[in-house]
Design a protein around this ligand. Structure first.
Ligand code: GLC
Length: 558
């Protein structure tokens, strides 16, 4: 495969509301991000993806856009954005924005115009259905019907997510044209590309027939008929040809519902996107991404198998986007390490587990200092609309209120959205006033200030991993093929990155027991380890949660 510029990037995701407040209103902002660019440069990342910064009523924290051309007032101004761009560029950091075009806010002027006048062309920009009752039984992702009735007409509009997020009608060519112009305008400002939100929802089954209910509410999850439907390829191809290709922009799509045998179409040589996120490893603990109240028991081997299947499928056709956290997930420490969530050594093992997988690695803010989940006492302490829905759905499906609370405490998206922990001051260096969402740790164990000067810290471990990946002599860690080593021990993960020149072996012990790992090839170098490993001629012994990256001699037999 021909090398692409974005394959050697290391991306850091910023959730702007929670990263750094610069003006003392308790809400993060663009100037806050700019003020932390030196921090990011020091960590070594090469690219930031900023979750939506556009004007929004913030029903879903910016994933509900009311003006695609303006910046949310909480986050600053267009001028601030330009300064951020220039300062990032000066540090060699590229910028990705979040493209949310499955839906807009209901406060977008298009939607407002559509509501005001049934004859308006903007009715065609959204999905309206004349009907005396709800047009079908599809359930939206954030709960309740996908249909919302207009107050004074027998007309409903469609929303995949919240009712404040009406879906744009991609069947309408004029709407698509407006979307493409908007995308081009942002690319003209010098951004490197986009993370693309919920893009597999843009095509619906146009019969809009009811389907077999799957819950006590009599509704059925809309994904079955509204996600990655036949015909979507026409829109996605056009989007790529018109917007991304001319700018050589990188795109990483949130594309749930894409099966491994469809990857070629999505991320192959002439695919719609540069990369897509695969959520199978992130969602291994729940029946499906949006139904948290149905937990699934899992073991380390299940996690390793998810990574393995995903990586092998991706490697066949394109390029991956490995990650363990984002703004929709609970913290990886809590999810994957359970009772060891606060153990820095175990958090380092998680870092090694995914960081050198095949693809461009993504790090989510706070992951580099091992931030953990936050337990809330009651429903009123949650901000995330999805958590509130899951609480009620859990109860409707038979959970007690305590059980429903436990479910959302564990899985809430708010876990990832608490303020970034910069130091141990009252508001953890995030703000000078009480932040919009409570801080995870009142007595702070994990902060940037604590870790940044400590060479044994998790932060430093990430810094070293990033530095290794950027070393020209370690190019194989970027471009090399991946192969997984089948092990008898189900709690150890092992993979190789290799090419004709070099071979690197990652070994990760996710158990609280010491393990011994037989070596196939002599080791020439220990690139990194998280402490306590011992190496003999034929074996590596890893302590509980031990992990290492080794350079081995190649024998050309892989
Ligand atoms: C994506 C975003 C999520 C948002 C949803 C609706 O899944 O990652 O945060 O709530 O789309 O835009």
């Amino acid at each position: 495969m021909e090398k692409k510029w974005w394959q050697s990037e290391i991306v850091y995701q910023i959730y702007p509301k929670s990263f750094q407040d610069s003006n003392g209103d308790g809400i993060g902002d663009l100037n806050g991000i700019t003020s932390r660019l030196d921090y990011l440069a020091d960590l070594g990342i090469t690219c930031i993806w900023i979750s939506p910064i556009f004007k929004s009523p913030m029903a879903d924290n910016g994933y509900d856009i009311s003006d695609y051309f303006d910046i949310a007032k909480e986050f600053g101004t267009m001028e601030d954005f330009k300064v951020l761009m220039a300062e990032a560029k000066a540090r060699g950091i590229k910028v990705l924005l979040d493209l949310v075009v499955n839906h807009s806010s209901d406060e977008h002027p298009w939607f407002q115009a559509a509501l005001a006048d049934p004859q308006s062309k903007y009715r065609g920009y959204y999905i309206f259905k004349e009907s005396a009752e709800r047009p079908n039984n599809w359930r939206s992702i954030f709960g309740g019907s996908v249909w919302e009735k207009l107050p004074n007409e027998d007309v409903y509009y469609y929303h995949t997510f919240h009712k404040k997020q009406p879906d744009l009608n991609w069947e309408n060519a004029e709407l698509r044209e407006e979307v493409y112009q908007m995308i081009t305008q942002w690319l003209e400002l010098g951004i490197a590309g986009f993370r693309i939100d919920a893009i597999t929802f843009i095509k619906k089954d146009l019969s809009f027939q009811s389907i077999e209910p799957d819950g006590v509410d009599g509704l059925a999850k809309c994904t079955k008929v509204s996600r990655n439907q036949p015909g979507i390829e026409v829109f996605l191809k056009e989007l790529n040809e018109r917007c991304f290709k001319p700018y050589d922009a990188v795109t990483v799509a949130e594309a749930p519902g894409v099966e491994y045998d469809q990857l070629d179409e999505f991320i192959g040589e002439d695919g719609f996107f540069s990369m897509i996120f695969d959520f199978k490893a992130a969602d291994l603990d729940v029946v499906s991404g949006s139904e948290w109240f149905k937990p699934v028991q899992w073991k380390p081997k299940d996690l390793f198998d998810k990574f393995k299947d995903s990586q092998l499928a991706i490697q066949k056709v394109g390029w991956g986007a490995p990650f363990i956290e984002n703004h929709d997930q609970n913290r990886a420490t809590t999810k994957y390490l359970k009772e060891a969530e606060k153990n820095p050594k175990a958090a380092k093992a998680l870092a090694l587990m995914y960081f050198n997988l095949y693809g461009t690695p993504f790090i989510y803010q706070g992951q580099e200092i091992g931030m953990i989940n936050f337990n809330r006492e009651g429903l009123e302490s949650f901000d995330d609309i999805s958590s509130i829905d899951q609480y009620h759905r859990g109860m409707a499906e038979g959970l007690s209120s305590g059980e429903a609370l436990a479910v959302i405490n564990y899985r809430s998206r708010d876990n990832a959205r608490t303020p970034m922990q910069w130091d141990d001051s009252q508001y953890v260096g995030f703000s000078t006033v009480a932040p919009w969402l409570a801080i995870t740790e009142q007595s702070l164990e994990r902060s940037v200030a604590d870790q940044i000067h400590d060479e044994q810290s998790l932060w430093y471990f990430y810094k070293k991993l990033i530095a290794l990946k950027k070393m020209p002599s370690c190019e194989t860690l970027v471009y090399g093929q991946i192969a997984f080593v089948d092990l008898e021990n189900p709690e150890v993960f092992a993979y190789r990155r290799f090419d004709e020149k070099s071979s690197y072996l990652t070994l990760v012990n996710l158990s609280n027991q010491e393990v011994e790992f037989p070596l196939e090839n002599p080791i020439v170098d220990i690139l990194i380890e998280n402490g306590g490993m011992s190496l003999s001629h034929r074996h590596v012994t890893l302590p509980p949660y031990g992990a290492t990256l080794l350079k081995e001699t190649t024998n050309g037999n892989y």
